[in-house]
Design a protein. Structure first.
Length: 158
């Protein structure tokens, strides 16, 4: 595993990001913006699933917020991987980074279970929101917000 992380740190893209005064900050900004897209859409959708914003049907909010969250997640993973590649050995030893990865994994599993449940399909088609969907929304809120907190904590543990 250490050899793979070392090889990743020697990758020409990682070296270019480390050496550039512009590329790394832009990549970091793209990562933060993608997290904003992800979190903004997920929190809005979760709050609606929990019962807030009842004046806005889930059938109207759900699909576009889902797509924005998916795009945000994909870009966050891509930019996060590139940022990780600049110091993989350091990040791999950072407990906050490891917590962030664990929370992201939990968030993805939670969203996949929710997305492919019949209760999600029913909620998106206008039916009453099942308690399992509400529970998944609560879990989602705490997991994704926890991932952001862990992500911010990384810098304090280096």
């Amino acid at each position: 595993m250490l050899e793979a992380l070392q090889a990743l740190s020697e990758w020409w893209v990682a070296a270019a990001l480390r050496q550039s005064r512009v590329a790394y900050p832009l990549m970091n900004a793209a990562h933060i913006m993608s997290i904003g897209l992800l979190l903004g859409s997920i929190v809005t959708l979760d709050l609606r699933l929990i019962g807030l914003f009842r004046g806005h049907p889930i059938a109207d909010l759900g699909p576009p917020l889902w797509r924005v969250a998916t795009c945000g997640l994909i870009v966050a993973i891509a930019t996060g991987f590139l940022l990780f590649s600049t110091r993989p050995l350091t990040y791999a030893e950072n407990p906050a980074f490891l917590a962030k990865l664990g929370l992201i994994g939990l968030g993805v599993v939670n969203v996949m279970v929710l997305r492919y449940s019949r209760h999600w399909s029913q909620a998106i088609n206008g039916a009453r929101v099942h308690s399992s969907v509400r529970i998944a929304a609560f879990v989602s809120l705490f997991v994704w917000l926890g991932a952001v907190v862990a992500g911010r904590w990384i810098g304090f543990l280096q």
